[in-house]
Design a protein around this ligand. Structure first.
Ligand SMILES: N[C@@H](CCC(=O)N[C@@H](CS)C(=O)NCC(=O)O)C(=O)O
Length: 139
């Protein structure tokens, strides 16, 4: 109906890896949604500023008018609300913890390009990634 708000809206930015996480989760779960592109970094819509007044960043998931901010929390919310499709995380608690470890690591690195491009940080990051992978039990 004209003028009716869609139930699920994602405030996004085309090249945001954080917004991409939310988009993949929505696609995996088959949730009908509308994407509203922000014009970052120059402008922020009033809707973005109203829905995410603390960080003023995308992505923001707006579900029935209520905002969920922070990409990892959005993915968790999508997983908890739309349970008709298979869960996004493994059922085994240890596997789940491992998946969360990688999400957390990427959140902390991709969000900080200055760190990501620092040679010392990169070395440290890849050393830690290698260590974690090497802890996997052989099948
Ligand atoms: N921790 C946030 C990071 C989100 C983020 O950094 N978004 C960037 C786009 S990639 C943004 O909105 N930047 C606008 C700004 O910094 O003002 C999340 O995981 O959602």
């Amino acid at each position: 109906m004209a003028g009716e708000q869609p139930e699920v809206v994602l405030l996004s930015f085309w090249c945001s890896p954080f917004a991409m996480k939310a988009r993949i989760a929505l696609a995996e779960k088959g949730v009908p949604h509308e994407i509203r592109e922000e014009n970052l970094p120059h402008e922020k819509s009033n809707l973005l500023l109203r829905m995410n007044p603390v960080h003023k960043k995308v992505p923001v998931l707006i579900h029935k008018g209520k905002p969920v901010c922070e990409s990892s929390l959005i993915v968790q919310y999508i997983d908890e609300v739309w349970t008709h499709e298979s869960p996004l995380l493994p059922s085994d608690p240890h596997e789940r913890a491992r998946a969360r470890f990688w999400v957390d690591l990427l959140d902390k690195t991709v969000g900080q390009p200055s760190l990501l491009f620092s040679p010392v940080f990169s070395l440290n990051f890849f050393a830690r990634a290698w260590f974690t992978l090497s802890q996997q039990p052989a099948d």
